[in-house]
Design a binder for this molecule. Structure first.
Ligand code: PGA
Length: 252
């Protein structure tokens, strides 16, 4: 049985007070989360310490950062290191989100550095891959995804790879309301698993692969019912506790 995970990527949203309220509302509704489903919340950096405190010793929900630096420590104004995140403590870090790749010019090379640093601090990376609409329309989507996997994840050793969570997020589906169909999601998730198996063999069977892109309560059940979809990375809908919990409840 693979892990089932529903992670909320808050992006650059919420004040501290709103973030605190959101977490309290999620905690109050944890009885709606089916047995065996793990939630993760990924608030902005400023909120992490407070939210770690609110979560206390609970394992569920887990806490993720949305990014970390590609350097260990030192004179890098404005950056937050993997070791700082581990000291919060934070258990996960989202890396390679298409918004980071596009707006902050993150390359495969930088992402590999970030992943290695995160792993060395005991953080579990949630590594995002995804194609833009043009890639899909020109039937290049499998090539784009294989290259994103090959240049980063396939460079890791098996012990590190075991800790990875993959998120397939077609860029054309993020924040657009155009979700991938469950068949499109399944097709790509199965492709990702098979591609990773070429390097990591049976370990790829255990890798959670989450779907992201306009996932909401009305479509989550259909998408999560696919055999290679192990949960979701949720943006917009994770900002409402009720929607986030309803999405997690879609596994039932
Ligand atoms: P969305 O974002 O659910 O708002 O489309 C998903 C993501 O970018 O992680």
């Amino acid at each position: 049985m693979r892990e089932k995970i529903v992670a909320g990527n808050w992006k650059m949203n919420t004040s501290i007070e709103e973030g605190r309220q959101l977490v309290e509302d999620i905690l109050a509704g944890m009885d709606r989360v089916p047995e065996g489903v793990s939630l993760i919340v990924a608030p902005p950096f400023t909120h992490l310490f407070l939210i770690a405190h609110l979560l206390g010793n609970r394992k569920n929900p887990g806490l993720a950062a949305q990014n970390c630096a590609d350097k260990k420590s030192g004179a890098y104004t404005g950056e937050v290191s993997a070791s700082m995140l581990a000291s919060v403590p934070c258990g996960y870090v989202i890396l390679g989100h298409s918004e980071r790749r596009e707006y902050y010019a993150e390359t495969d090379q930088t992402l590999l550095e970030k992943i290695k640093l995160a792993l060395s601090e005991g953080l579990r990376p949630i590594f995002c891959v995804g194609e833009v609409l043009e890639d899909r329309e020109s039937n290049m989507h499998f090539q784009v995804i294989s290259s994103q996997l090959r240049e980063v994840l396939c460079q890791l050793g098996p012990e590190d790879f075991k800790k990875i969570i993959v998120a397939y997020e077609p860029v054309w589906a993020i924040g657009t309301g155009n979700t991938a169909t469950s068949d499109q999601a399944q097709e790509m998730h199965a492709f990702i698993r098979a591609f990773l198996a070429e390097t990591f063999g049976d370990l790829a069977e255990s890798t959670p692969i989450l779907y992201g892109g306009s996932c909401k309560p009305s479509n989550a059940r259909d998408i999560f019912s696919q055999p290679d979809v192990d949960g979701g990375l949720i943006g917009g809908a994770s900002l409402k506790a009720d929607d986030f919990l309803a999405i997690a409840g879609s596994f039932a």
